[in-house]
Design a protein around this ligand. Structure first.
Ligand code: ZN
Length: 123
């Protein structure tokens, strides 16, 4: 009887240890997600450990990122990066009003004649 109980503890103790170990490890993912959105790292780590890691992940994923958070800064950087890439992929070509040379829209003056001011979309 006592042997059986000890055996039970040994077997299920290992399972419990693995279960809580995995839950503990995955709770860090939820905590990291929460932190990038401007929420408490420790708070979400505790939430994951005391409830379940997936609950903390769902809660962290459904939070609205706080303004000034790393998450929003990353999104903004990605947006700017994409915008820049779009410009290179499809350059907005304009024509110089002075000499008719093709110039990129963001250029302040024409590289071939040096004229300043607005370039026209047609030559
Ligand atoms: Zn020009």
């Amino acid at each position: 009887m006592s042997y059986g109980f000890a055996n039970f503890l040994t077997n299920y103790g290992v399972y419990l240890f693995i279960f809580f170990g995995i839950n503990f490890g995955l709770s860090f993912i939820a905590a990291a997600m929460a932190k990038t959105k401007g929420y408490s790292y420790g708070g979400f780590l505790c939430l994951g450990m005391f409830t379940a890691f997936w609950i903390a992940i769902i809660v962290a994923a459904s939070r609205t990122p706080k303004s000034g958070s790393k998450y929003l800064m990353q999104k903004e950087m990605e947006r700017q990066f994409r915008q820049r890439n779009d410009q290179y992929a499809q350059p907005n070509v304009l024509y110089c009003s002075g000499c008719g040379a093709q110039i990129a829209s963001e250029m302040a003056f024409c590289p071939s004649c040096g004229i300043k001011g607005p370039a026209s979309p047609t030559a």
